[in-house]
Design a binder for this molecule. Structure first.
Ligand code: SAH
Ligand code: SF4
Ligand code: F3S
Length: 456
């Protein structure tokens, strides 16, 4: 029996973190029987906005976008077509009722743990208003998604959510409220999904979780497994050449995981390890559950295990009560650690979180601190990129480059690398000699091609 191509089309717009990117892919998978995906809202019968609630700006974007999407609904109606509009993701979870009230364009609102029910919710909603689905049931979600194999998308690098939710309750953060309690997906399900991805051509897997290194499960013999054991097992899957994981909490970096960076060659030497701030006083007020010296000591141990390890991080400036002296300590921490890259944010008060009710740092002070921190990090990033000049490194090629005759890939440290080559190298890891450092990318030549040219 050949599967029929669905007539109807779904357009999914994704905001927020990589977990939303993963979820959007899985939503397309569960809807595949009824809907083909399209990359424009113009011809879509179903439009889904997969939203992020982390900062005010991200959250407010939903209402602006819904206003813009109204025209597609109106145009569809004029052509005699029903266009269904849905809001999914973390804003759906946090503000479901309000969205349904404020935005009359919306036909359905579905929180991150109910995506397995999308086909029936969409069917029920087409043409009329549907109820808000915002249950917390991570186990049910993933159990149901297990029955839906990911479709072939021709990707070389893919995400795999292994853990969802958070019990840490940092005082600035909405994630424990939007994604619910920490939940680890069972190891056998992850091995099956990773194997299917590898069979579909995926060569690099990035394991995802809000606290990915808190993942825990059971091995086939019933023994307790942590993330390190899972990584070793996934590395055995034929076709999987590279592994990464994100985002880690410093408190959950255990000895086995640090050792995996020394002993597992497939595990890439790049780690996103957010610290948020460099002052013990602020870290305590944030409820991060560790101090500055704990973090610095951890970084030393990781670098001892893997000397070429590059770090990235997240920073918040202008958390309530942050003084100039506290901020100077953040700058000092950044200088001590040296990052290959980092995300920097102005503190954004979020409804329902403890820090939102504290006295706020003025906006101009936040702007000024953000500017100084970004300048320091940009300089570190540029220095890190420059340090790759003349180096030979393994690059996983995953797509055509911007210019004709170019193929692009990723370095072990997440940098984009361009080489002149033919598309047959896509999907393979090749040795590259880096000869040019751009603002955001590196360029070079295939080391084996260069040897060949030198030989003739
Ligand atoms: N679980 C991860 C982070 C998830 S949120 C961790 O614990 O590190 C991603 C980043 O958004 C956070 O690391 C933080 O830097 C930023 N962030 C979260 N809430 C924020 C807020 N209210 N204002 C500004 N930035 C915030
Ligand atoms: Fe948010 Fe903190 Fe949990 Fe990260 S650890 S998701 S910052 S509450
Ligand atoms: Fe945003 Fe939700 Fe991710 S709030 S950062 S989409 S977990």
């Amino acid at each position: 029996m050949t599967p029929e191509t669905p007539q109807k089309k779904v357009f999914i717009r994704t905001h927020g973190c990589q977990m939303n990117v993963y979820d959007s892919g899985r939503m397309a998978d569960v809807l595949a029987r009824d809907y083909a995906t399209t990359d424009t809202p113009d011809d879509a019968d179903l439009i889904l906005l997969n939203t992020c609630h982390i900062r005010e700006k991200a959250s407010e974007k939903v209402y602006t976008e819904l206003g813009l999407l109204r025209q597609f609904k109106d145009r569809g109606a004029a052509e005699g077509r029903t266009v269904t509009i849905g809001v999914t993701g973390c804003v759906a979870q946090a503000e479901g009722e309000e969205i349904a009230r404020r935005a009359r364009t919306v036909d359905l609102v579905v929180g991150p743990q109910s995506y397995q029910r999308l086909p029936e919710i969409v069917r029920a909603a087409s043409g009329r208003r549907a109820p808000v689905e915002a249950d917390f049931a991570a186990e049910e979600k993933f159990a149901a998604l297990r029955e839906t194999p990911p479709r072939k998308r021709g990707e070389v690098a893919a995400f795999l959510t292994v853990q969802e939710g958070c019990d840490k309750f940092c005082t600035f953060c909405v994630v424990p409220y939007t994604r619910g309690a920490e939940y680890s997906r069972p190891a056998p399900d992850l091995i099956v999904e990773a194997t299917r991805l590898a069979e579909a051509g995926v060569r690099e897997l990035t394991l995802l979780g809000q606290n990915v290194n808190a993942w825990h499960g059971e091995g086939p013999d019933g023994s307790p497994w942590g993330l390190a054991r899972l990584l070793f097992r996934l590395a055995e899957i034929p076709g999987i050449l590279r592994l990464r994981y994100t985002t880690s909490h410093p408190r959950d970096m255990d000895d086995a995981l640090i050792a995996a960076h020394r002993d597992l060659p497939q595990l890439m030497p790049y780690l996103h390890l957010p610290v948020q701030a460099g002052s013990d006083r602020i870290l305590r007020a944030m409820n991060r559950k560790h101090g500055v010296s704990d973090y610095l000591h951890l970084v030393d141990r990781i670098r001892a295990a893997r000397p070429d390890m590059a770090l990235s991080g997240d920073f918040i400036v202008g958390f309530p009560g942050e003084t100039e002296a506290d901020f100077a300590e953040t700058l000092r921490l950044v200088e001590t650690v040296t990052y290959a890259s980092a995300f920097t944010f102005k503190y954004s008060p979020r409804p329902g979180t403890p820090a939102a009710s504290l006295e706020q740092v003025p906006e101009d002070v936040k702007n000024e601190r953000l500017y100084r921190l970004q300048a320091l990090i940009a300089a570190q990033q540029a220095a890190f990129n420059r340090s790759r000049l003349g180096m030979e490194m393994d690059v996983l090629f995953d797509r055509p480059g911007k210019r004709p005759g170019q193929i692009a890939g990723r370095s072990p440290w997440q940098q984009t690398v361009h080489v002149p080559a033919t598309p047959d190298i896509i999907g393979s890891v090749r040795r590259v000699a880096i000869d040019t450092i751009g603002t955001n990318t590196l360029s070079g030549v295939l080391a084996d091609a260069r040897v060949f040219e030198e030989a003739v």
